[in-house]
Design a protein around this ligand. Structure first.
Ligand SMILES: Cc1cc2nc3c(=O)[nH]c(=O)nc-3n(C[C@H](O)[C@H](O)[C@H](O)COP(=O)(O)OP(=O)(O)OC[C@H]3O[C@@H](n4cnc5c(N)ncnc54)[C@H](O)[C@@H]3O)c2cc1C
Length: 462
């Protein structure tokens, strides 16, 4: 039952891409394999220059995409509207991102090795016990991470433009260019921008949850959560408690369908929560999250208040001709955890790799088939992760008794190991059959207790 609910919500993400027009005319059978067009083989050569690609948006998705394109011989333009953008974000990144994206340790504010999961009745379970000495969750400030990735793209040869993307004119012929229109700024505040245009051969839309590129290609909408966060500077002795520790709170008070968090940053903590179903109550949930953490943040001063949408699932369409969406613009945030930084950077890189490959390092024109390779690879790698987290959210975030059961389960070392391994390394950890059976029995036990408790609570409230 949970699986069928999950499938219904994953309209934009399938193991074989729904955007594949060739496939959509044919019956879907297991034996059918789509025709594979060898990239670049028949596509015309680009003469007198290299392939030109514009990346719209300079967050983790855009920065990673632009760096890969530039290194791969593509003439790359990265357009970011605000160079000092502080993206509202908890800033938690998995360990594998540090290695895969070669992030220097000095851009990581904190290395979290202890995590407390706190139930509706304030039962706290420590869930970092299985971490090995070198393992941690990285905590970054987005203004630092994003700037670092953009600078690296620029050092690799991308032209970084401070500009607001407005719209694009579509190509008038098969291999004709797109014309991008944007307002360019010279970085000085108060100075009015100048309207500019730019011709490119392909576009990567990395412009986040409110993506204009997505609108331009008619990518369709997604359901979204609204997430709210306050950065709170707390006294030094309180900060010591959060030195290497993060907290997650669950309960109807902090969110009906998500969780509240306290994440440590360099000299402050980020306290936040989110919801899809009760967006109008977000400030009430934020207050409740602050109240739950009250003793530990006492004397704190709010230094920044921020809010932003978080996509709930991929857009119905993520690709059109020579335009592809990545990161939040595509809708790649996992349910349950609300994690999107790694997936943004990874999708940006994968999409850029598909363009570099398809164009033979910028020497040939690309087409939709080249870009679709990125979607196929992406869906194959991450579709199961998204599905599992979607189901988990539906099972465990639906009521306070279910959340109590969830926190109880988190006390199990095996659950912790599996969860952390999957989070830190973005691979589904191979299980131990005996422990898997024990876990299944415990899960059922917890859920039965949760249901019984809910029935009792329903009786009380009648
Ligand atoms: C409150 C909150 C907490 C979160 N916590 C976490 C967390 O702890 N860990 C985690 O992994 N994920 C977290 N997320 C999700 C994460 O922030 C996103 O998934 C991630 O930022 C997506 O990266 P992106 O590059 O796709 O988009 P963004 O980071 O949104 O970057 C888009 C960029 O495009 C620019 N842009 C937008 N429009 C234009 C335009 N028209 N022209 C030019 N530039 C434009 C923006 O200025 C921005 O720099 C959180 C989200 C929220 C809202």
């Amino acid at each position: 039952m949970a699986a069928s609910i999950a499938l219904k919500t994953f309209t934009g993400l399938r193991q074989s891409s729904p955007e594949t027009t060739v496939q959509s005319h044919r019956p879907t059978t297991l034996s059918y394999r789509p025709l594979r067009i060898s990239a670049g083989k028949f596509s015309p050569k680009v003469t007198g220059r290299n392939l030109r690609v514009a990346v719209i948006g300079g967050g983790p998705a855009g920065g990673a995409a632009a760096e890969t394109l530039a290194k791969g011989g593509i003439e790359t333009f990265l357009i970011e509207r605000k160079m000092d953008n502080c993206k509202p974000c908890g800033g938690a990144i998995p360990l594998c991102m540090v290695g895969e994206f070669d992030l220097p340790l000095d851009i990581i504010d904190r290395r979290v090795t202890k995590m407390k999961m706190i139930s509706p009745s304030n039962v706290a379970v420590d869930i970092g016990r299985t971490l090995k000495p070198h393992e941690y969750i990285g905590m970054v400030r987005r203004e630092i991470l994003d700037d670092y990735l953009r600078t690296r793209a620029s050092d690799s040869g991308a032209k970084v433009i401070n500009g607001l993307f407005l719209k694009m004119d579509k190509p008038v012929a098969k291999t004709a260019p797109y014309v991008i229109h944007y307002t360019s700024y010279d970085g000085k505040s108060g100075v009015a921008g100048k309207r500019e245009s730019l011709e490119v051969d392909a576009i990567i839309g990395a412009d986040g949850a409110n993506s204009r590129v997505a609108k331009q290609i008619g990518a369709g909408d997604y359901e979204y959560a609204i997430a709210f966060q306050e950065r709170i500077k707390i006294p030094d002795d309180k900060m010591t408690y959060y030195e290497d520790l993060a907290e997650m709170y669950v309960g109807d008070d902090v969110s009906p369908d998500f969780y509240g968090w306290v994440f440590p940053k360099c000299d402050h903590v980020a306290v936040g929560t989110g919801t899809v179903t009760h967006k109008g109550d977000i400030k009430k949930f934020q207050l409740a999250t602050r109240l739950r953490a009250k003793d530990k943040i006492l004397g704190g001063k709010i230094i920044r208040v921020e809010a932003h949408p978080i996509p709930e699932h991929p857009r119905p369409k993520r690709l059109s001709d020579r335009v592809a969406l990545v990161g939040d613009a595509a809708g790649y945030v996992t349910k349950c955890s609300g994690e999107g930084i790694y997936f943004a950077a990874k999708s940006g890189r994968m999409c850029a790799e598909a363009i570099v490959e398809g164009s033979e390092n910028g020497k040939r024109m690309v087409d939709e088939a080249d870009l679709r390779k990125y979607l196929e690879k992406w869906d194959k790698a991450y579709w199961p992760t998204y599905k599992v987290l979607d189901i988990l959210q539906k099972v465990f975030y639906r009521s306070n008794p279910a959340r109590e059961a969830f926190v109880e389960m988190c006390a199990d070392e095996y659950v912790q190991k599996m969860t952390f391994d999957s989070y830190l390394y973005k691979k589904v950890a191979p299980g131990n059959p005996l422990e898997d059976i024990k876990l299944a029995v415990n899960t059922i036990g917890s859920l039965v207790r949760a249901n019984a408790l809910r029935r009792e609570m329903d009786k009380i409230s009648v």
